[in-house]
Design a protein around this ligand. Sequence first.
Ligand SMILES: [Mg+2]
Length: 319
Amino acid sequence: MAIGEFDLIKCYFERSASSAGVELGIGDDCALLDVPAGKHLAVSMDTLVAGVHFPADASSRLIAERALRVNLSDLAAMGAEPLWFTLGLTLPEPNPDWLENFSVGLFAAADEFNCVLVGGDTTRGPLSMTLQVHGAVDSKNALRRSGARIGDLVCVTGCLGDGAAALAVIQDKLWPGEDAREYLLDRFYRPRPQLVEGQLLLGVASAALDISDGLIADLGHICECSNVGAIVDIERLPLSSAMRANVSVMQANTWALAGGDDYQLCFTLPPAKQLALQTLIDSGQLQATIVGEIVSGSGVICRSEGVEVNLSATGYNHF
Ligand SMILES: [Mg+2]
């Protein structure tokens, strides 16, 4: 007998733990929530469809972890602190093992990043999920895409290209050694939302976003919103040794520029804040690399050894 919707939520998703700001959680028609004083509520939603955003046969624990982590990355991009989330889950068939593992993965990520599930809905249909995350951000300081100015430096957190390299591993197109394989798959299924980093950049960065579609595409959004252009120096791109050891320099740089699923932050830095950034880096609080600069004009230009290059699907070459 199919499990009813009420039992499904009760079984797998209702937890009794009380949390700050949650006046009323799952179990009534609405959740009742208190937004911290002096903060904006930051809200973001993502839908993930089986076969499009994750392999349909992937472990439900990993799918859940990834779904929440990817959503939290959007809060990180604004410098917001996670508070709550809601979940819309569409399932072909309520399979108890699948649901049990899904809820383990979901709550593992929720607990790690202090984000409380306060409501949701389940329906029957092709496997997909929609998560909406809520966070709090200082009402004057949120990191927007529109604040970049000519002369600002372009920076990124962490390493770039691992998401695309991981996808190649999943698609059986790249066969690294065991350690590199483990590292890359972990980056894909358990991306690190740069929440601490985003909050450290409040009052330091002039603009920011998270890199979900590749540096060029996402930096392009900052340029568009800020009415500026950008130059990226390919030699400055931060690459992981796991990726570097297993592909050509050209492939590594192409993935770093145009691959997706990295969920690092790209931010712009006024020259006057360079010392503040260096202090954060030197003290070990932030891993960040300067990769380029904001210029007049529009769009993103890539440079290799000081010369403008043309980026295509298979790599880049000099004009
Ligand atoms: Mg985003």
